[in-house]
Design a protein around this ligand. Sequence first.
Ligand code: DQQ
Length: 480
Amino acid sequence: SHGVIPVLLALNSYDINACWSDPNGPMIYKGMYHLFYQYNPESAEWGNIAWGHSTSIDLVNWTIHPPALFPSNSYDINGCWSGSATILQDGTPAMLYTGGDSQKVQLQNLAVPKDPSDPYLVEWVKSPHNPIMTPNEEEKESFRDPTTAWLGPDGIWRVIVGNERENRGTALLYKSKDFIHWTEAERPLHSSSEPTMWECPDFFPVLIEGENGLDTSEIFLGIKHVLKNSAARSFIDYYTIGVYDHHNDIYTPDEGSVDNESGLRLDYGRYYASKSFFDSEKKRRIFIAWVNESTSKEIDIIKGWSGLQSFPRKIWLDRGGKQLVQWPIEEIETLRTNQVELQNITIEAGSNREIFGVTAAQADVEIFFSIPIEVLEQAEVLESSWTNPQEIANQSGSSANTGVGPFGLLVLASNSIEEYTAVFFRIFKKNDKFVVLMGCDQKRSSVGLEYDKTNYGAFLDIDPVTEKLSLRTLVCRFST
Ligand code: DQQ
C-alpha cells in the first residue's frame, strides 16, 4: 500500500554504483514516454557519461532499458553529454546531443532510432555525418546542450546550443534544411550580460491564455516564448518570458523579466539542468530536472548512488503573463492510497499538531490555510532592506516568533522532533498590503553535519486577505 516512489528513477538490482544527472531528450513516441539521462554506469560519481534510458506509460512507473548512447566514436569518446529530442516531420524522433572528443572539444551530434517501429526505441544509431556542429576556436569547452529544434514557417529547422561568448551567457542559434547540415546564424538568438556559461537551455512557446502546452514549432499570435537557462556559475535554473521575432530570429525578454539568476526560477531547491517537452497526447508541457545530492562525493560513493530525476511538472503561463505556473502532473495522484483527513483545525501560535496515520515512505499532502483578518493585522512590517526572500528565509528560517508565521508543515520529523524540514509561510505588511514569503527550512533536516542545510525562500504573488494559501507537498523518503 505504499505506492511507488514518486520520482522517476531509483535503483534497481543491477544499478548499484551509478550516478544520474541531467534529464535528456524527454519525449512521447507511439504513446510511450521516454526519458534519457546523463548516466555513469560505473560509479556513484559523475564520469564516463552515457545516456541512460527509461520508458513509462504514465510518467510515474518506469522501466529501465540498457543505455541508449555510449561514448564510442572520436566525436563522443569523452562522453555523451546532454541533448534533446525533436520529433521530425515524418513522426520519428531525432536526438541532438553533445559529444566530447579526446581533446575535450565539445561537438554536436545526431542519433536516430535503429528501428522506429519499436515503441521502446531500445537501439540508437549515431549519424555517419557526426559531428554536425563544431565550435569556434575559443569556445571549444563552452559549446553544448542542444535544445529541441523547431521548424520555422520557412521550412528551416532551428536549434539553440548553450554557450558563453564575450562574457555573456549566450544561446547560439543554428539552422538546417535537412537536420544534418547545420550552420550558425549571423547572431545568437539571445545573450545576457551575465558572465556565465548557459548550460541546458530550453526555448519554447506558451499560450497567453490557458493551461495547454504547445509544440515547440508552433508560432501564432496569442503566444509568448520562454527561455530557460541553467547558469553554470550559480547552479541555478532561471527563465525569462518574452517575445520571439521569428523573422529576425531574435528573442527579447519582456520588460521586467529579469535576465539573470536573481530572476524567475523553476524551483528554489536543488533543481538543475531542467528540460521540458510537449506531451502531444495530453496537450501539456512538462518539465523534469536533475535533483543533485546535498552530500559530498565521498558519501555518494559509500551510499552507492547519486542523483535523482524530479517528479514531472506540468507548466503553463500565469494569467498575468509574467511568470510560469506549475503543478505535479495529474498521474502522481494515482499513487494516493490511504487517505488521512483533518478538517477545521485551528493552529495556535507556537503549537504543532502531529498528523497521525501517515506511515508510508511517501506522502502527498494538501493543506489550505485561511488567516483571519485580525491575525493578519499583527503582521510585521517588511523592512525596506529586506528585498531578498532567500536571505530572510536563511536568517530567521521557520523559528521567528513575532508577527504572522512561520506556519506550515514539518516534514520527515523524527519522533522527538530533533530532525525535521519545515515548509512554511510568513506574512509581512508593506504599505497597507500583505507580502507572503514561502520558505523551506533545512537547518534541522538532519543531525548529520555533512549535509547542505541551506534555507530557501521566495515571495508569492498572492493576497492572503482574499485567497486561501494552499500548500501541496510531495514527501519522499529514501532508505539507503
Ligand atoms: N551536464 C552535462 C553537460 C551539461 C551539464 C554533462 C549540466 O552537457 O552542460 O554531464 O549539468
